[in-house]
Design a protein around this ligand. Sequence first.
Ligand code: PA5
Length: 474
Amino acid sequence: MAKEMRKPIILDVNHMMADILGFQYGIASEQVDAMARVAAHAQAAVEKNRGTGWLGWMDLPYNQAEIVAKIEKIAARVRKDFDTFVVLGIGGSALGPIAVQYALNHQRYNDLSAKMRGGPRFYVEDNIDPERMASLLDVIDIKRTCFNIITKSGATAETMSQYLIISDLLKKKVGDGWQKHIIATTDQEKGNLIKLAHKEGFDLFYIPSTVGGRFSELCPVGLLPAAVCGIDIKGLLEGAAAMDERCKTPNLWKNPALLEAVLQYIAMEEMDANIQVIMPYADSLKYMADWFCQLWAESLGKNVTRKGMAVNVGQTPTKALGVTDQHSQLQLYTEGPYDKVITLLKVESFREKALIPHGCEEFADVAFLGGKSLNALIDAERQGTEYALYRSGRMNQTIILPQVNAYTLGQLMYFFQMATAYMGELLDIDAFNQPGVEESKIASYAVLGNQSDKYMKKAQEMKERTESQKRYLL
Ligand code: PA5
């Protein structure tokens, strides 16, 4: 493995700009300058509320020394006592742990020998598909497994039903001391999990009240699973702090997350680019794209401003993987509607090198690959995609990571969180709630026959909807 690099990530927006991409396709620097005051106001508003309301995540790079020490202690115990570590959680309580593990650990971590892994096998169960639960139980030895139940609200049906299944099994198979197999990560006051944790004496980590689900990766939600799998959690926090430093200026040409928010805002509002494709050119970052998609979608897709005016805003995030999706999506990106911004993630230095041997000399189109490396090939293909997008006048930008490591990943996640917070300000919406998700939760509880008033009323409302017709069933 190459030595870890501690360098800043770079946002390259050349191909977003009209003077590079072409006047009819790109954003004029004057359009950006025209937003300088509004942007500075957005930056000041976020900065002013640092650590309060739902902006507690801005303090996480700085205020967790004691928590990190406790995490490292418990993680060491888990590594010693268990073969397998399973996160039970969903949404913001799952996507970060998945993304960080996949980015920073061996890509076939669970397939390695225990010695090579150095830590337990790792699973994140973020769905309630019964087949998936059965298959997990088929491959783990519950007596040698530790479960981390993560839920900020302490009430999410998916996670709590998983808890019921697992705690029942633990009681039956482990008996006395089953509680040692559970670590709870939840809000300090709200919800049922905290009450259960106190009653049963589970090891316990708090999600600060000022940190919402999708902004919680850098608190114990993400740090404990990462530490259990041997990831440098201090490096993640140091990376986040380094990005935070760069976001302390209201000057949008100096603050990368602010520039990002402004460019996406102009792309959406003035150029009808209502889709953002995030396309890492590194397998290790493919789940980072999932994490980003939730952050951007759930935070910014809203139907009302903070003052209660009706709007329907939000840029649809979607993911693609370079180079795989060159052979699937790229045709659409280069020739389809002009409704997208493509965000490429480039890795300058991969942690491994794979040389392509010489051979097939009789076929010139194959032989030319000999002596090159997969590193050079993936980068050449990234450049090819970037050029094809440029040639067809498609707005695209590149986030450059010198290397994928804890420090650059901390920067990247914090960058996206800041861009999301700024974008919320620019759109004048609450980026930290999710009322649209609540509607579906209430409706599904109503379907399951929950007898409390709220759900019974919803069940009635659902009965009264326009009836389905047979002719539409084929
Ligand atoms: O970002 C959010 O708030 C959501 O995606 C939540 O993380 C998700 O709904 C799970 O909630 P909880 O952690 O309360 O179980």
